[in-house]
Design a protein around this ligand. Structure first.
Ligand SMILES: [Ca+2]
Ligand SMILES: [Ca+2]
Length: 371
């Protein structure tokens, strides 16, 4: 490629963008030149360069025919005036390509181990799963052009799928505009995991959809038995606190070592003042499901209970639900409550609490999705 200019050009960047792919469903590849110049520029290509329907995009986003002069020296063209300094040029516009197209592919459906995800969004959270799903499928479509299967990228927790032994399979329609993208996650530890898919269309601009799906195989509630302590003797998965209105209160929240139904127990002691003792943990709940929170309590008052608190999204009301209270009992007594995360909330936290004078013990707390 030869570049000639009428005056001195202080900056010219020409990049060749190859978009699309050669795949079983069709040849959705093209060569686009990106040209940036701050002065008039003439570009000459070898005579054997294939030219068919040469097109360029104006600054306003309109695709127009590009005038190409043929001579023995080669093929020449200038950066058109209405491209204003920068444009994309296609010398060999494929028949399948429809321009303009400024829209990214859209996510039409998703499923996890064959079960459809009900709320399709670009960032989905399907919450707790009993095990890593064998596969996660994204169904995507582009209204105007083929999807560039060759440029689809999948990341699991920010890493290539191969890092966890996972794989990606793409089943694309003959016209290229629809694709089922099947991800096999591979071997994953019990934890929260995120799959991110980057899906461009096969246009010169490569309009790109980024779709994400998050799931967790970690226990919904960690250490409901109050046994996991850090080096300082504090519970690893629970945070202790007291909410009060400024009025002085006297209380103790502690780990009662060896006093549990098994091992340790959580112990609230309300002494005086306006008491509001809380022990919280973030939980990955999903709206539309009901959960069972169960455990054991004992104590000399009826003060123990549990709250589910959410963070509102948009104009929704933040969830703040309380269960009924644990009964006064000398021996360990089971409790079980249904809790339901509210619509349009996120970042749920379970709080074990006591607002009473007296002592409440809790142990063996479990949180499960209701079957
Ligand atoms: Ca498109
Ligand atoms: Ca325990």
């Amino acid at each position: 490629m030869r570049i000639a200019t009428d005056i001195t050009v202080s900056l010219i960047v020409i990049a060749v963008l190859a978009a699309g792919t050669a795949c079983a469903a069709g040849e959705f590849s093209l060569q686009a030149f990106k040209i940036t110049a701050n002065a008039p520029v003439q570009i000459t290509l070898p005579p054997n360069q294939q030219v068919k329907q040469p097109t360029y995009v104006t600054a306003a986003g309109e695709w127009k025919q590009l005038e190409v002069d043929k001579s023995e020296a080669g093929l020449s063209f200038s950066l058109p005036a209405d491209a204003i300094g920068s444009t994309l040029i296609l010398l060999d516009k494929p028949d399948w390509l429809t321009l303009p197209d400024t829209a990214a592919p859209i996510l039409e459906a998703a499923s996890v181990a064959g079960a459809a995800v009900t709320a399709i969004e670009q960032a989905m959270n399907v919450g707790h799963l009993s095990e890593t799903p064998a596969n996660v499928t994204f169904t995507v479509a582009d209204a105007t052009n083929p999807i560039s299967a060759h440029h689809i990228r999948a990341l699991l927790n920010g890493q290539p799928l191969s890092a966890s032994g996972g794989s990606l399979k793409i089943d694309q329609s003959a016209d290229g505009k629809h694709a089922d993208i099947v991800i096999t996650p591979g071997d994953l530890p019990e934890d929260k995991h995120n799959i991110m898919l980057i899906i461009p269309d096969a246009t010169p601009a490569r309009n790109t959809l980024i779709a994400q799906l998050t799931f967790t195989t970690a226990p919904l509630l960690r250490d409901g038995g109050f046994e996991e302590l850090d080096d300082e003797g504090k519970l690893k998965h629970w945070s202790f606190g007291s909410w009060h209105s400024g009025e002085a209160s006297d209380y103790e929240i502690s780990i009662a070592r060896g006093e549990g139904r098994s091992g340790n127990a959580l112990k609230f002691v309300g002494i005086s003042g306006r008491l509001n003792m809380v022990v919280g943990q973030s939980v990955d709940l999903v709206t539309g499901r009901t959960y069972i929170l169960s455990g054991y309590s004992k104590g000399d008052c009826n003060g123990g209970y549990v709250s589910l608190i959410g963070k509102a999204t948009g104009d929704a009301k933040a969830q703040y639900d309380n269960t009924s209270a644990c009964k006064q009992a000398d021996d360990w007594t089971p409790f079980s409550w249904e809790i339901t995360p509210a619509e349009n909330n996120k970042n749920y936290i379970i709080y074990l609490r006591s607002t009473s004078k007296g002592t409440v013990y809790m142990d063996d707390i479990e949180l499960e999705a209701k079957q």
